[in-house]
Write a protein that binds this ligand. Structure first.
Ligand SMILES: Nc1ncnc2c1ncn2[C@@H]1O[C@H](COP(=O)(O)OP(=O)(O)OP(=O)(O)O)[C@@H](O)[C@H]1O
Ligand SMILES: [Mg+2]
Length: 461
C-alpha cells in the first residue's frame, strides 16, 4: 500500500484509495467481480463483490458466497454500523461483510443469523495482515469454500471472542501437546498460554499444565496474585503433587480456573517454585513418570486440548511433559544457540518415544519448529529470516510451521499488565486476545496466534 489508510480524509477517499485501488485487487476481485453503489430495495450497499458469480446476479437462499463492503468516514466510529450490516447480510443472504473507515478495519460473518466479528485490525496493519484477510474473504478462498461451510478458524481474530464460543464440529479425542525447547527464553510460555486461550475462544475445552518450576504459565493465567508467602495457596496443591501419587491428587482436585486471564477462562494445573526440591525424589521413582499420563487418561472425555508448558532443560519435568504428549511444538527464535539445541531436542524426543513405545503408546509426533519472537524489520525478514528458516528444513531436516509469532511489544505488555489495588499494583496478566479488546496494538499479534491455532487444529486432526 503506497498510502496510509489512516490519513484518508473522507468516505470517498476510503472508497477509492483503500477499497477500489487497493483492497479489492489485493483480494483477487477483478473489475467484473464487484459492483459499487448497489441499490436493492431499500438497501444501498457501497460495494458488493462476488467470488463465483457475474452479472446478472441473483441473491436468494441459494446465492453464491458474496461479500459486502461498507466504507465510512474516518471521523465516524464503526460501532454504530454493525447492526445495519447484520441486517444487510441477513436480507441479502450474503455471508461476509467488511466495515472500514480507514482507521479501523473489520470483517464480519453471518453465522446462524448472528453477526460475528471475525477479524479486526488498525488501518495501518491491513497490508501486514493481508494473508489472513485473503484467506478469509479473498476471491480464491471463497470460491473454494462451500456456501454451507463455516469460515476458516484461522480467520477468527482477537475480537471474535466477544461472541459465544462457536460449536466446532469436533474430533472427540483429547489431544495432548507439549511445547518444548531446551533453550530458555524462546517463547515457550508465551506460545503455550495464548495457544490455550485461543483454542478456548473457539469453544474447545482446554487444560493447560505448567511443568516448569519458574511457574510462568501459572503466573500468566492469573494464579499468582498474592503478595505474601502466607497467602500462597499453590504450594500445597500443584502439579508436583499430582506426580507424587498414582491415586491421590486427581486432576479435578488440582485444577484451577485461570483468573482474569481470558474470557472464557481456561483450566490450569499450576506449577510452583517447590517443584525443584521435589524433583530428586520424583525422579528416583520410575512410576512417577507415567502418572500424568494415567491421570490425563481419566479426564479424556472432559478436554479437547491439553497444552503442556515445559522447563528449558532436559530434567524430570521436561521428560514427563514430552512422554505424556502426542504432539510436540518447538518454539524457536531460529538463532544459532536455539538451532544448536535442536539436535538435543530430537534426541530427547527419541528417548521419550522409546518410553512411549514401552507403554504401547503411539510416538509423540513433532508438529514442527515454530518461528517465535521473530523481529519485524523488513531487512531482516527479507535477508536473514529466509536463510534461518531454510536451515531448519534443510540442515536440521525438521518440519517448520507456516505460522510465525513475531516479536511484538503487545505480547509482553499483555503478560505484564497490572491493576491498582490500594497501595499495590497487583499482576493482572491477560491473553493476547483479552488484551486486544482494550488495546488495538495487540491485534496483529492476536491474528498471528489465530493463524497458529488454525494450523495446530489442522495438524492434530
Ligand atoms: N513474540 C514475542 N514478542 C515479544 N516478546 C516475547 C515474545 N515471546 C516471548 N516474549 C518475551 O520473552 C521473554 C521470554 O518468553 P517466554 O517466557 O515465553 O519464553 P520461554 O521459552 O518460556 O522461557 P523459559 O525457557 O525461561 O521458560 C518474556 O519476557 C516474554 O514476554
Ligand atoms: Mg517458559
Amino acid at each position: 500500500m503506497d498510502f496510509d489508510p489512516e490519513q484518508l480524509r473522507n468516505e470517498s477517499e476510503v472508497e477509492s484509495k483503500l477499497i477500489v485501488q487497493f483492497l479489492l485487487p489485493a483480494l483477487g476481485y477483478g473489475p467484473n467481480d464487484w459492483h459499487q453503489e448497489v441499490a436493492l430495495g431499500n438497501i444501498r450497499l457501497d460495494f458488493l463483490a462476488f467470488a463465483v458469480q457475474h452479472q446478472p446476479f441473483v441473491l436468494d437462499g441459494e446465492s453464491p458466497l458474496s461479500l459486502t463492503i461498507e466504507a465510512k468516514s474516518p471521523r465516524k466510529s464503526l460501532d454504530g454500523f454493525e447492526r445495519r450490516l447484520g441486517q444487510y447480510l441477513s436480507l441479502l443472504h450474503a455471508r461476509y461483510g467488511v466495515l472500514t473507515n480507514g482507521r479501523d478495519f473489520r470483517i464480519y460473518c453471518l453465522r446462524n443469523r448472528d453477526l460475528v466479528l471475525m477479524f479486526r485490525c488498525a488501518g495501518r496493519d491491513i497490508a501486514a495482515n493481508l494473508a489472513s484477510i485473503r484467506s478469509t474473504i479473498g476471491r480464491e478462498a471463497l470460491r473454494h469454500r462451500s456456501p454451507q461451510s463455516e469460515p476458516p478458524t484461522s480467520a477468527l481474530s482477537a475480537n471474535a471472542i466477544d461472541s459465544p464460543p462457536s460449536k466446532q464440529p469436533r474430533d472427540k479425542t483429547m489431544k495432548i501437546i507439549a511445547i518444548y525447547h531446551n533453550k530458555g527464553g524462546v517463547g515457550k510460555t508465551t506460545v503455550t498460554i495464548n495457544l490455550a486461550a485461543g483454542l478456548r475462544n473457539l469453544g474447545y475445552r482446554v487444560l493447560l499444565i505448567d511443568l516448569d518450576s519458574q511457574a510462568n504459565s501459572t503466573f500468566a493465567a492469573g494464579l499468582v496474585k498474592f503478595q505474601f508467602e502466607d497467602d500462597d495457596d499453590l504450594k500445597d496443591c500443584n502439579v508436583s503433587h499430582m506426580l507424587s501419587s498414582r491415586d491421590e491428587y486427581p486432576i479435578e482436585q488440582v485444577v484451577r480456573q485461570s483468573q482474569g486471564f481470558n474470557s472464557p477462562e481456561i483450566d490450569v494445573i499450576p506449577a510452583h517454585i517447590n517443584l525443584i526440591e521435589k524433583q530428586y525424589k520424583l525422579d528416583s521413582i520410575a512410576a512417577s513418570r507415567s502418572r500424568l499420563l494415567g491421570k490425563l487418561g481419566r479426564v479424556a472425555d472432559r478436554y479437547d486440548y491439553v497444552i503442556i508448558d515445559t522447563p528449558p532443560s532436559r530434567n524430570f519435568y521436561a521428560q514427563v511433559g514430552v512422554i505424556s504428549s502426542q504432539y510436540l511444538i518447538i518454539p524457536s527464535d531460529l538463532r544459532p544457540f536455539a538451532n544448536q539445541g535442536l539436535a538435543n531436542v530430537c534426541t530427547f524426543l527419541q528417548e521419550s518415544n522409546e518410553y512411549r513405545e514401552d507403554k504401547n503408546l503411539e510416538p509423540c509426533k513433532l508438529l514442527g519448529v515454530l518461528p517465535s519472537k521473530i523481529a519485524t524489520n523488513s531487512r531482516f525478514l527479507n535477508s536473514t529470516f529466509p536463510k534461518q528458516k531454510a536451515a531448519i528444513t534443510e540442515i536440521h531436516k525438521l518440519p517448520l510451521f507456516d505460522s510465525i509469532i513475531y516479536e511484538r511489544i503487545a505480547l509482553s505488555k499483555s503478560l505484564n499488565y497490572t491493576e491498582e489495588n490500594g497501595d499495590y499494583d497487583i499482576p493482572a496478566p491477560q491473553s493476547i486476545f483479552e488484551f486486544a479488546k482494550s488495546d488495538v496494538s495487540a491485534n496483529s499479534s492476536a491474528s498471528e496466534f489465530e493463524a497458529l491455532i488454525h494450523e495446530v487444529i489442522e495438524k492434530t486432526q
